[in-house]
Design a protein around this ligand. Structure first.
Ligand SMILES: *Cc1c(COP(=O)(O)O)cnc(C)c1O
Length: 354
């Protein structure tokens, strides 16, 4: 704390991302990165960028990228917003669309960045408890609100809400914006994109970080009614005109266009997820039904924090949250087959040794 800090900064409780290991070799299953490389088309696109072009500012509108996303999703380019990771896109949505006199609603077990952005933007919020099975209690969200945000599938549970539940929520919240954070939708869920036509209060946010293996590139997308997109553009153009650099725009375009590679690695992760869940169950874990690229599991006999620590000592990083409702759970990203084998081996050693 310094006397030079603003009141705003003094009162912040920043989000803490999952650990990024240094040079120590570890099995890294703690931040839901994709275990497979990006499409080879991304490599070619980046290699094809002449260094000379980096002298110039990038296209502030990311026109080509937005056009490609629009045609893939059956929307028009003015229904698309792109930003520096979906974290930035979401932060803009908080400022542009979710700050009103009535409180913002989100689940109590969810992406832990939401309360951080709410505090940053001085938005009053109310957390809606998830049900006993940890599913989101959509019916408990009041229709009158200053906005709603939820991930689908939810993080860190991986549990999916059916599209009818999202449609029902939109129907009840005609006077506020509902943001559906679809960071993990490509691993088995049905996107709410199809509802944009019917609901001008729906903002769908997606990312290239998980299903397109581009967490390091930082590209996120929002899709919705053109007036919602205009609101995001107004914030963006009051903050940073060039959130996507030249390399990010080219690489993201190549990734979006390679539909075959994308479907292949998503299918592979879904198959590995089923195998991993079954193997964890054999070891005495209860595994929540996941539609994401991670599983959320608790051991029926052993303490979650202890297992997290023991795995860490074995060189396997997973994620553990101190929140009381989920402190017995581990969130484990789906890795390659070799990484999943290493996790299971480490767990067998830990559980066998008491
Ligand atoms: C990973 C994640 C994000 C952020 O993704 P970036 O595009 O890498 O910023 C947003 N929401 C949820 C729920 C996530 O898990």
């Amino acid at each position: 704390m310094s006397r030079y800090w603003s009141e705003l900064v003094k009162n912040l409780t920043p989000y803490v991302p999952g650990e990024q290991p240094g040079t120590r070799p570890v099995i890294k299953l703690n931040t839901n990165e994709n275990p497979y490389p990006p499409s080879p088309a991304v490599q070619r696109a980046v290699a094809g960028v002449s260094i000379e072009t980096l002298r110039l500012y990038p296209d502030p509108q990311s026109t080509q990228l937005k056009d490609a996303i629009a045609s893939r999703s059956g929307l028009s380019p003015d229904q698309i917003f792109v930003g520096n990771g979906s974290d930035e896109v979401l932060a803009f949505a908080f400022m542009a669309l979710l700050k009103h006199s009535a409180p913002l609603y989100f689940p109590d077990i969810t992406y832990s960045f939401y309360p951080v952005w709410a505090d940053l933007c001085s938005i009053r919020y109310s957390e809606v408890p998830v049900k006993a099975d940890l599913g989101i209690d959509v019916a408990a969200i009041p229709g009158e609100n200053g906005g709603v945000i939820l991930p689908n599938p939810n993080a860190p549970t991986g549990m999916l809400l059916p599209l009818e539940a999202i449609a029902g929520l939109l129907q009840r919240c005609r006077d506020s914006v509902v943001v559906v954070d679809e960071a993990y939708i490509d691993f088995g869920g049905e996107s709410a994109l199809a509802l944009i036509e019917d609901y001008d209060n729906l903002l769908v946010v997606q990312t290239l970080s998980k299903s397109r293996s581009l967490a390091g590139l930082r590209v996120g997308v929002a899709m919705g009614n053109e007036l919602l997109i205009e609101a995001l553009d107004r914030v963006k153009n009051s903050f940073n005109s060039y959130p996507l650099d030249t390399l990010a725009q080219r690489a993201a375009l190549a990734a979006i266009e390679d539909e075959d590679y994308f479907s292949a690695i998503c299918a592979r992760i879904v198959a590995s997820r089923q195998q991993l869940s079954a193997r964890l169950e054999t070891l005495g874990f209860e595994v929540l039904p996941s539609s994401a690229n991670f599983v959320f599991a608790r051991h029926t006999q052993r303490d979650g924090a202890e297992l997290f620590q023991r795995l860490r000592e074995e060189g396997v990083l997973v994620r553990h949250f101190a929140h009381e409702r989920i402190q017995q759970f581990l969130r484990i990203s789906v890795g390659t087959d070799a990484e999943c084998d290493a996790l299971i081996d480490a767990l067998e050693r830990i559980l066998g040794s008491g």
